[in-house]
Structures are given as structure tokens and as C-alpha cells.
Ligand binder design. Structure first.
Ligand code: C2E
Ligand code: MG
Ligand code: MG
Ligand code: MG
Length: 284
């Protein structure tokens, strides 16, 4: 990027910036070896509908040998810029599908769906759909339980190609959600044309829903929009019972957020599902 910006800029490189650049280079090389060394892990955040855990969003974590658990906010953007999101995204996809396959025969966990975040670069690869189908086939994951979360940045560029690719995968049963809805480049005419199953209300519209009438109005509008386009609507970032009640009263009964659970390790997620599932024959 510095090269593209022109040589003149180099004069303004100060020592602090050089540290930042060195740090990025280091992080990138750590990431490359970390993928091979198995340092990445999927955490799961439950998705709830009418009190029942219906699935999870898979969120990647990096167990860095020196830095500890690193948040995706710190490495996903970098991974997107460097292209490392491609091998990382492939790993995420494979891991999520393997998990779906393992759950699929389990009496308590068999109904769970998994939502996977897909970055624009990954989705735009010509071989993306083929790769997904191959992963589904080799893992044996039930196709209908896999959902992809796309962001509005996918709408920039070749919209026709996006629609075709989504349609192809949907033909095989994979479902699609539009993540962080309302925060990006949203055109309602595109929204109508995209073969979506779900939109996800961004947490920035949930946070102040009880105190800010404008945010409440936006949340209600998104819910109504989803209903009129025959899309499922899920809210993210639900932290309080009052927020949950507001959403439910306004027609959004699907949510995820700290109110039930942060994203947690696989073992903790499975324990949570078991704890909330009444034993067979137990009083409701
Ligand atoms: P996202 O897909 O919008 O995920 C939601 C983020 O909100 C997650 O952050 C989650 O931990 C956080 N969150 C969930 N509930 C609450 C809540 O009640 N309150 C608050 N304050 N936050 C909540 P996380 O795990 O740090 O992930 C950040 C972003 O990194 C994700 O945003 C997603 O864009 C990206 N990301 C994560 N995993 C992957 C991945 O496997 N692939 C790609 N391409 N991106 C990923
Ligand atoms: Mg997401
Ligand atoms: Mg989101
Ligand atoms: Mg978000």
C-alpha cells in the first residue's frame, strides 16, 4: 500500500509507524505458521429462538503462543489484506463442517445449525462454491444446517456473480444471512434480489434500543423489512432481558448475545446445550 501511495510518502515514515509496520509483518508471518501449527480454534455463540438453542455462530480465535487468545478484530482485517483469509477461511469452513457432521447423529445436538462468517475475498474466489461442495461431501455435514454470513461489502462489485454463486449454493441447501445489517452499503433493490434466508440486525442498533427512539425505530423497521421480504430476522448483541423483550414484542424472536452466552469453546457450548435440554421424560 505504501508503494502504491508513492515514494514521497516514505519521508513521513516515523519510527512509531515503522514499529507498526514491523508488527504487522510479524503478525502476518505468525499467522501463516499458526494456521499450520493448529493455533486457531472455533468458538461458538448460541443462537436462540423462543428460549431454545437452535444453533451457533462459529467465531474464530487464535491461541497465539506469546500473545494469548487473540481476537478476530485484531487479525481478520489483516488476514483479508494479505490474502491469508483464504487458507484461514478454508480451515474455518472445514472445521465447522466437521463439527456439523459430528453433531448430526447426536440425539441432543443433532438439530444445531452452524453459521460461518465468509469474507468478501473468500466468497469471490471462482472456486468458492466448488470448495464448499467438496467440503460438505468429504465431511458428510448436513447441507441444510450450514449457513453463511455475508456482509454488505459483498454487494459492492459484481452483484450478478454474487447472486449466481449464492443461488448455486442455495440450490444445494446451504443458507445465507446478511450480517451487520444496516451498517454498510445497503441498497434495498439489491436486498430484494439477493437470495437470502436471513438478515442479522447489527448490535449497534440493539445496544440503545430502550433509550434511543431512533435506534428503536431502526430496529423495528429492519424487523418489518425482513417480514415483508419473507426473511428470518436475528438480532445480535443482545445483552439484557429488556432488549430481548423489546425485540420479541416487535416480532424478532431470534437472537444471540451475552444475555445467554459469549462465544465459548466447543466443550462449553455443548455443555450449555445439554444443560438447557430437559432429560427425556422429565417434567417440562
Ligand atoms: P460478527 O460476525 O458481527 O460477530 C459478532 C461479534 O459480536 C463477535 O465478536 C461476538 O463475540 C460479538 N458479540 C456477540 N454477542 C455480543 C454481545 O452481547 N455484546 C457485545 N458487545 N458483543 C457481542 P468477535 O468474535 O470478536 O468477532 C468479530 C468479528 O470478526 C465478527 O463480527 C466477524 O466479522 C469476524 N470474524 C470472526 N470469525 C470469523 C471467521 O471465521 N471468518 C471471517 N471472515 N470473519 C470472522
Ligand atoms: Mg457474523
Ligand atoms: Mg454480526
Ligand atoms: Mg457485528
Amino acid at each position: 500500500a505504501a508503494k502504491a501511495a508513492g515514494r514521497g510518502l516514505l519521508r513521513f515514515f516515523d519510527p512509531a509507524m515503522q514499529v507498526a509496520v514491523a508488527e504487522r509483518v510479524q503478525l502476518e508471518s505468525d499467522m501463516r505458521s499458526g494456521i499450520e501449527a493448529g493455533q486457531f480454534e472455533l468458538y461458538y455463540q448460541p443462537k436462540v429462538q423462543q428460549g431454545r438453542i437452535i444453533g451457533a455462530e462459529a467465531l474464530v480465535r487464535w491461541n497465539h503462543p506469546e500473545r494469548g487468545l487473540v481476537s478476530p478484530l485484531q487479525f481478520v482485517p489483516l488476514a483479508e489484506e494479505s490474502g491469508l483469509i483464504l487458507p484461514l477461511g478454508e480451515w474455518v469452513m472445514k472445521s465447522a463442517c466437521e463439527q456439523l457432521a459430528r453433531w448430526s447423529t447426536h440425539p441432543v445436538l443433532g438439530h444445531l445449525s452452524v453459521s460461518v462468517n465468509v469474507s468478501a475475498l473468500q466468497f469471490r474466489q471462482p472456486e468458492f462454491a466448488q470448495q464448499v461442495l467438496a467440503t460438505l461431501a468429504t465431511t458428510g455435514a448436513p447441507t441444510r444446517l450450514l449457513k453463511f454470513e455475508l456482509t454488505e461489502s459483498m454487494l459492492i462489485g459484481d452483484i450478478e456473480a454474487t447472486i449466481t454463486k449464492m443461488g448455486q449454493l442455495r440450490g444445494y441447501g446451504v443458507r445465507f444471512s446478511l450480517d451487520d445489517f444496516g451498517t454498510g452499503y445497503s441498497s434495498l433493490s439489491y436486498l430484494k434480489r439477493l437470495p437470502l434466508d436471513e438478515i442479522k440486525i447489527d448490535q449497534s442498533f440493539v445496544r440503545h434500543v430502550l433509550t434511543d427512539p431512533n435506534e428503536a425505530a431502526i430496529a423495528r423497521t429492519i424487523i418489518a423489512l425482513g417480514a415483508s421480504l419473507d426473511l428470518e430476522v436475528i438480532a445480535e448483541g443482545v445483552e439484557t432481558e429488556e432488549q430481548r423483550v423489546f425485540l420479541e414484542r416487535n416480532g424478532c424472536d431470534m437472537w444471540q448475545g451475552y444475555l445467554l452466552s459469549k462465544p465459548v469453546s466447543l466443550a462449553a457450548f455443548e455443555a450449555l446445550v445439554h444443560a438447557r435440554t430437559p432429560a427425556p421424560g422429565a417434567e417440562p
